[in-house]
Design a protein around this ligand. Structure first.
Ligand code: MN3
Length: 237
């Protein structure tokens, strides 16, 4: 090989390395999705012994992530899904194109509900509500324990998969449940959630099997009442 041929070869190699770098960047850009699985804010084992590590792990990394994957699948054809917040979208599903409305109801609902749920749990939080939320619960239900009993009835009474909630509706606290991944913002409830529990079997079956009531009882130990008070303040504004 003479010098000229060597230089040509080197130039070709440099060009190849350059295009490989460009390809790498393009692949990276494509791999950076519109929707991302939000972090829990605490380790998977943090809520033991009340909520077990394996359930938290599968629930977050697999169940919640499935909604993220599905939403990213919809964004390619419907980029407007990223123009509004998930809460704005679930609050006005009528504005979503009909072709994807059910998919958005299920997947954006699932994404919003689970994000709310992770944020509502914490290790070592206060055992009960304080301040305005405590007063409102006592005024509406007669006491904290009465509210817990009414909420549990909603959770256990939800036939099949869904959620139970303490919500603000028309300026009043009330307990409700919703089917599937419906959030309280959605038609027909249109309320603002203060606390909420996932009562799909995947949320409790590994530890409690069919005993959904035992799961609800254990869950009270990890409710973040500071976060619930924030939700109440926002819902009352
Ligand atoms: Mn779930």
């Amino acid at each position: 090989m003479n010098r000229r041929q060597t230089l040509k070869l080197l130039a070709g190699a440099a060009a190849f390395a350059g295009s490989a770098a460009t390809l790498g960047r393009a692949a990276f850009a494509q791999a950076s999705p519109a929707f991302k699985l939000p972090p829990l804010g605490y380790p998977y084992e943090a809520l033991e012994p009340h909520i077990d590590t394996a359930t938290m792990n599968f629930h977050h990394r697999n169940h919640h992530n499935a909604f993220i994957v599905n939403l990213n699948g919809l964004v390619g054809k419907y980029p407007e899904l990223t123009a509004k917040s998930p809460e704005e979208i679930v609050s006005n599903l009528g504005a979503v194109p009909e072709a994807i409305r059910t998919a958005v109801r299920n997947n954006m609902g699932g994404h919003w509900n689970h994000t709310f749920f992770w944020n509502l749990m914490t290790p070592g939080g206060p055992a009960m509500p304080a301040g305005d939320l405590k007063n409102a619960i006592e005024g509406t239900f007669g006491g904290f324990d009465q509210m817990k009993a009414a909420f549990k009835q909603q959770a256990v009474g939800r036939f099949g998969s869904g959620w139970a909630w303490l919500v603000m509706k028309e300026g009043k606290l009330t307990v409700i449940n919703t089917p599937y991944q419906d959030s309280p913002h959605m038609d027909p409830v249109e309320a603002k959630p203060i606390i909420g529990i996932d009562v799909w079997e995947h949320a409790y079956y590994l530890k409690h099997q069919y005993r959904r009531g035992d799961y609800v009882d254990a869950w009270w130990n990890v409710v973040n009442w500071t976060k619930a008070a924030d939700n109440f303040k926002r819902a009352s504004a």
